[in-house]
Design a protein around this ligand. Structure first.
Ligand SMILES: [Cu+2]
Length: 308
């Protein structure tokens, strides 16, 4: 075959089959377990928190279907507790990869990212209710190798959890439900002391919310007040799609992906529609407006998935 025929055939192949998918790679992720004080409301109240890298939620891990995730956990020698990592995106041996390590120890394990989606991760060391109740969790996003979904204009991560007066036992009524570790963190409407930081998008933009429910105990009834989920992807897998959904239940230890499009300027209040959960702190405001400041323009883009 002459050269020009080969080029023409290659061009046809690309047109028919699309560009070649990205090569599988190894994604190296390192985290430290950090036992620290964490301010869980806008009034300055603090709790002893167990965290990955000092924040609630921990860092967003991101890889593509087919990649290998190589994860290293370091348990600081000054910590009091053993800690572990349980990735819901992994299929491994619970007694090996997910086993806890003592203060001063480091451990590395790998797993192939076989299913696309959004998955919860958490410390699985005992007592597990305490490690999750004190904030040791986050999300891992496995992007599909070939994404059949409409492209998102902005992406945000929200993780719901309950904070108990006594996280060691979870006994008695809990104090507050929080999104991303702080009561009414993104809701200056219900808490004038909130920083004023909210989720931001333009009308018509497709906003993709990666939502996990850390629990430890309560189910989330995830709902955008004054909006409708355009699409819900169960576990974030493009194959598990539902459209025009008002409220979607996300149990403890689960995560799903939610697409939201507002046709108008204004706002929605993203809540767990359990009233105890919403009105004790589980509300995040998203503001839709056409004119964004330079800082707002960057929110939900290029890796800025967690609003400060
Ligand atoms: Cu832990």
């Amino acid at each position: 075959m002459d050269f020009f025929k080969k080029v023409a055939l290659a061009a046809v192949a690309v047109a028919v089959f699309g560009a070649a998918p990205a090569m599988a790679k190894t994604v190296k992720v390192s985290m430290k377990s950090v036992e620290t004080e964490w301010q869980y409301d806008n009034d300055g109240n603090k709790m002893l928190a167990f965290t990955f890298d000092g924040t609630i939620p921990g860092p967003v891990v991101r890889a593509t279907e087919g990649d290998t995730v190589e994860f290293t956990l370091t348990n600081d020698k000054n910590n009091k507790m053993s800690h572990a990592m349980d990735f819901h995106a992994a299929r491994v041996n619970v007694l090996n990869e997910f086993a806890p390590i003592k203060p001063g120890e480091t451990k590395t394990f790998s797993f192939p990212a076989t299913y696309p989606g959004v998955f919860f991760y958490h410390c699985g060391a005992m007592p597990m209710q305490e490690h999750i109740g004190r904030g040791m969790f986050g999300v891992i996003i496995i992007d599909p190798k070939k994404d059949t979904r409409p492209k998102a204009d902005r992406e945000y991560v929200l993780v719901q959890s309950e904070i108990y007066k006594d996280p060691t036992t979870l006994q008695g009524p809990f104090e507050t439900t929080v999104f991303n570790g702080r009561k009414f963190r993104y809701d200056p409407v219900h808490d004038p002391k909130a920083s004023g930081n909210v989720l931001i998008a333009k009308p018509g933009e497709r906003v993709r919310v990666y939502f996990a429910n850390a629990g430890p105990n309560d189910f989330s009834a995830f709902h955008p007040i004054a909006g409708i989920w355009d699409a819900v992807y169960l576990s974030g897998n493009p194959k598990n799609v539902q459209h025009g959904v008002q409220t979607f239940v996300v149990g403890p230890g689960d995560a799903s992906t939610f697409d939201l499009i507002s046709p108008v300027e204004g706002g929605n209040a993203i809540v767990t529609h359990t009233m105890r959960g919403a009105l004790t702190g589980g509300i995040a405001v998203i503001v839709f407006k056409n004119k964004l400041t330079a800082a707002e323009e960057k929110l939900g883009k290029s890796g800025n998935l967690i609003v400060p």
